[in-house]
Write a protein that binds this ligand. Structure first.
Ligand code: FE
Ligand code: FE
Length: 198
């Protein structure tokens, strides 16, 4: 009979594999980005992602298990699509918007998985593991929000490919907001939406 603990360990192995794949993929995505702010945001999330691998190893340890990955077919597929979209849109004004959308699909998968893992760790009575998983979840959410802000600040309009008063507002014009939110180390913030409109 399989229990919640089996389910937890199964999903933990899935995410361990997923994070390692993301560590390998993010440098390619940063290279494909033409917006310096998007490049910075991707590289900043790469550092966090390396931390996620380490935090997952700590979670395995709490459960007295050796870290072991199980092929995450979903992440594998999402990253293949990211490579495909990067190749398709190379040299086009929509390249950054395309990369943001690919990256956000990965973040949303991670958010769903860590949401469950965090709840289950709590139910299994492992508070230390639950806290580590919450830290990862917070960083994934912050990364997702930073990507939305980058898309809204410049990448979506740029991808219209039309010069005009609106799209003249390039990434540089929005530098202070985007730099502050996308490049700094991500952490949970209550006033995210309020500061977008500042
Ligand atoms: Fe992650
Ligand atoms: Fe992530």
């Amino acid at each position: 009979m399989k229990t919640l603990k089996d389910l937890f360990l199964d999903e933990l192995a899935d995410m361990y594999d997923a994070e390692k794949r993301v560590v390998k993929a993010l440098p390619r995505m940063a290279k494909a980005a033409t917006s310096p702010f998007l490049k910075g945001a991707i590289l900043s999330h790469l550092k966090e992602t390396e931390g996620h691998v380490q935090k997952l190893e700590q979670v395995f340890q709490i459960f007295e298990m050796k870290p072991k990955g199980k092929t995450c077919e979903a992440t594998k597929g999402l990253l293949e699509e990211a490579d495909e979209i990067a190749a398709d849109f190379k040299g086009s004004p929509a390249i950054n918007a395309a990369l943001i959308s690919a990256a956000q699909r990965v973040e949303h998968y991670e958010i769903a998985s860590y949401g469950c893992l965090h709840e289950w760790a709590g139910l299994l009575g492992k508070r230390g593991a639950a806290a580590l998983l919450q830290q990862i979840l917070d960083e994934e959410k912050a990364s997702d929000e930073s990507l939305t802000e980058l898309a809204r600040a410049s990448s979506n309009e740029e991808s219209l490919g039309e010069p005009g008063p609106k799209s003249a507002k390039t990434a540089n014009d929005k530098k202070p907001v985007v730099m502050r939110r996308a490049i700094r180390p991500a952490r949970p913030s209550r006033n995210r939406t309020a500061s977008i409109t500042e």
